[in-house]
Design a binder for this molecule. Structure first.
Ligand code: AMP
Ligand code: MG
Length: 357
């Protein structure tokens, strides 16, 4: 039996980052890019992933101070929204499921409210109550496993966003069934990146961006006037750990976010079969229609939720949804490696020649 587990930071290869993993340190580096823009990148491990903060035209000392403030805010939000932090709002809500209402912070209230709106809009393809399923599969642990059909059936009734109760006046949340569990893994990172960028924005920088393991938000204009270029992984090559593993690039101007959900980001293998972490709430199994979805939106929270939702919906329903919404575009990679993108990306996407081996 072959069993292998990959996590989103599987590409963290350098000694520097291994060192950081052990010590939780920050790394930084200054460089000039091809266009001669002066930029500083500061890296920290947060949210179980590598977070890069890149600032343009700021000296090292100021960069460190700014990054410090951004990371403090991102860490604060992680402590509210992460399931694995025992004192987080999410953990307390889950703990009290079927028993009592829980008072929560405005941030949790906001993200959960948005998550329920996205769930409604995607008819449950995105569902922040997938917690029991995620636990059954063991994603987020070192021991993921293939659950039986009966096990999946036994928790499906606990996965239903329509059951979540929220009381705005008292800022309280209640999960009515024992065993229900929130999991904001499909949206929280985007929200935290947005809030990090809000902190950056207050410094009135010429340009900056945050890349949290593929959840990217950028702001401002590079000194050279060059557009932002975001590379999109080729899922197949990413699985093989290939160096040149990009399938396309997206060129963007000004402010915006790009988020990708892919079957290569977190998965395990059992008996030659791959099982990834984006679950279809309808049957509890990894969604099987596409291999990656990249969403371009004004903010990373929206892009994050839609990348997960459209991964579950598949190409036809996903594309129809994208075309029906303004301000949200996307690119979908099908099982047969074909790429599709919504009309808003037509003049922004550049497909790279793919070499297969
Ligand atoms: P992402 O990488 O943004 O697509 O989010 C995947 C993560 O979201 C998983 O690791 C789970 O924590 C959670 N998740 C999985 N399936 C769903 C779903 N159908 N709706 C909402 N969240 C999900
Ligand atoms: Mg997501």
């Amino acid at each position: 039996m072959v069993k292998r587990f990959m996590r989103s930071w599987r590409k963290v290869k350098t000694l520097l980052l291994l060192f950081m993993l052990v010590l939780g340190l920050t790394a930084w580096g200054c460089s000039s890019d091809d266009s001669g823009d002066n930029k500083t990148t500061i890296t920290r491990l947060l949210m179980d992933t590598r977070v890069d903060l890149t600032l343009y035209e700021v000296d090292k000392k100021a960069s460190e101070q700014i990054a410090g403030e951004v990371f403090v805010e991102m860490e604060r939000l992680e402590d509210i929204l992460s399931r694995t932090v025992a004192s987080s709002d999410v953990a307390r809500i889950n703990q009290a499921a079927g028993e009592q209402w829980v008072e929560v912070s405005p941030e949790l209230f906001f993200v959960l409210k948005k998550a329920l709106e996205f769930a409604e809009l995607t008819e449950g393809a995105f569902d922040p109550t997938v917690g029991p399923l995620v636990d059954l599969w063991g994603f987020g642990t070192d021991h993921p496993r293939l659950p039986s059909g009966e096990e999946l059936q036994s928790v499906l009734s606990l996965v239903d966003y329509r059951l979540v109760e929220m009381d705005e006046d008292r800022s309280m949340v209640y999960l009515p069934l024992e065993g229900m569990k929130l999991d904001l893994g499909g949206i929280a990172k985007g929200f935290i990146v947005d809030r990090g960028l809000d902190v950056l924005r207050d410094f009135n920088l010429q340009a900056s961006f945050i890349n949290a393991g593929g959840d990217i938000s950028m702001h401002g204009e590079k000194p050279s006037g060059e557009k932002w270029t975001v590379a999109v992984q080729d899922p197949k090559l990413a699985m093989q750990d290939s160096q040149d593993s990009y399938a396309a690039v997206i060129h963007l101007e000004g402010e915006g976010s790009v988020v990708t959900s892919g079957d290569y980001q977190r998965y395990f293998e059992e008996n030659g079969q791959k099982y990834h972490h984006i679950l279809d709430p309808a049957d509890g199994k990894p969604a099987r229609y596409v291999t990656s979805v990249t969403i371009v939106a004004h903010d990373a929270m929206t892009a994050d939720a839609f990348s997960t939702a459209i991964f579950v919906l598949g190409r036809e329903k996903g594309m129809a949804l994208l075309e029906s919404l303004s301000g949200i575009d996307g690119m979908i990679m099908d099982k047969d490696d074909s790429m599709y993108y919504s009309s808003g990306l037509e003049d922004k996407v550049q497909i790279l020649t793919q070499e297969s081996d």
